[in-house]
Design a protein around this ligand. Structure first.
Ligand code: CUA
Length: 152
């Protein structure tokens, strides 16, 4: 069987790139400790937000994304935590597909109806961290945000 030289070239380049991507992900995972956001298969989707302190400076936040706000169980679109807090976000959606991005923490996770995503981070420095929706979810999308206040 004869393979067109251009097709052969494209397959070889594609294979090399695929291998490079897998190596880059493995390197980031094992050397830098970067964890890919995962779907929780044992956690049932929830319909209400919650903000729970599980230990000193350790929090679990159940985030329900809705048109057009993030329900985090505080009655406001913000949470306040002390610096050095480790926070685990459990993320789902009550209506359509949304997304959560916390640019300062390099966090980017989808909020999908019927699915729970999980991501964990530590807020070392005090300040105001913005959490924005990054998936177009309707006419109120651009105003869909929440704040994480990290205090001294
Ligand atoms: Cu929610 Cu865009």
């Amino acid at each position: 069987m004869r393979i067109d030289p251009f097709e052969k070239f494209a397959m070889i380049v594609g294979g090399i790139l695929l291998g490079a991507f897998i190596l880059a992900i493995a390197y980031a995972n094992f050397v830098w400790g970067v964890k890919v956001p995962t779907c929780e298969v044992v956690t049932r989707p929830f319909s209400k937000g919650a903000f729970i302190e599980t230990a000193p400076k350790t929090y679990e936040v159940q985030v329900v994304a809705r048109m057009w706000y993030f329900d985090m169980g505080t009655g406001k679109n913000e949470i306040t935590i002390p610096a050095g807090s480790k926070v685990t976000f459990f993320v789902t959606s009550g209506d359509v597909v949304h997304g959560i991005k916390i640019p300062e923490k390099n966090i980017n996770i989808m909020a999908i109806p019927g699915v729970v995503g999980r991501v964990q981070t530590t807020f070392e420095r005090p300040g105001e961290y913005l959490m924005v929706c990054h998936e177009y979810c309707g006419i109120g999308h651009q105003g869909m945000y929440a704040k994480i206040n990290v205090i001294q």
